[in-house]
Design a protein around this ligand. Structure first.
Ligand code: CTP
Ligand code: MG
Length: 181
């Protein structure tokens, strides 16, 4: 497989995990998941993790996976790249895992004493992708092994942080996000 094909497949399979975080930025607000509660003297998750952002972000990701499945035959015949079909369990696992990964990272950041919005380079850029992949592997192991070669996983681990940085800087410049990370 050519590097360009590998890159295209990496972006295709990860789109349902990439978009929920951005959708949450647009949809966020309202009641925080932790309800304002603290653990010790710090918030459990903080005001940056809301029910609305999490639920709408997940739904947008599921809808996107569904849309990609619909578009797939056309795109495959047009580009000749064999993009995979998302099974139903994966349509849910990718966005839900992405949102959970981001929430776990906030939990860890609060335990480390970092306030809402503080950056944690490395974790911020990969948390959602790692948990999205792990959850997909757990719910559909056969599908996962047939799609994710070692080469594809490496491409994903390289491309994801780059895309994350670029989208967040853009969201910041457009005034959609408080911080550029
Ligand atoms: N957001 C949300 N629910 C989520 C994730 C994000 O409502 N599960 C919204 C919040 O408005 C949040 C914004 O998207 O402020 C940006 O997301 P993120 O950078 O993940 O949150 P931070 O505010 O930076 O908080 P943290 O330090 O906990 O990451
Ligand atoms: Mg943040």
């Amino acid at each position: 497989m050519s590097p360009l094909e590998l890159l295209a497949i990496a972006v295709w399979v990860m789109l349902p995990a990439y978009v929920p975080n951005n959708a949450a930025v647009l949809a966020g607000g309202g009641r925080p998941i932790d309800g304002g509660r603290t653990l010790g003297d710090r918030r459990i998750l903080g005001d940056g993790k809301t029910w609305r952002g999490t639920i709408l972000g997940t739904l947008v990701g599921v809808a996107l996976a569904y849309l990609l499945n619909l578009l797939r035959p056309t795109v495959v015949s047009f580009l000749g790249i064999s993009f995979p079909v998302f099974p139903l369990a994966v349509m849910i696992a990718l966005p839900l895992g992405a949102m959970l990964g981001d929430i776990v990272a906030s939990f860890l950041k609060r335990r480390m004493g970092r306030k809402r919005g503080a950056a944690l380079p490395g974790l911020d850029q990969l948390d959602f992708a790692v948990v999205a992949l792990a959850l997909s592997a757990a719910v559909a192991p056969g599908w996962f092994l047939s799609v994710f070669t070692v080469g594809l996983l490496i491409v994903i681990l390289v491309v994801t942080p780059i895309l994350h940085v670029v989208t967040n800087v853009l969201a910041y410049l457009f005034g959609l996000k408080h911080e550029p990370w």
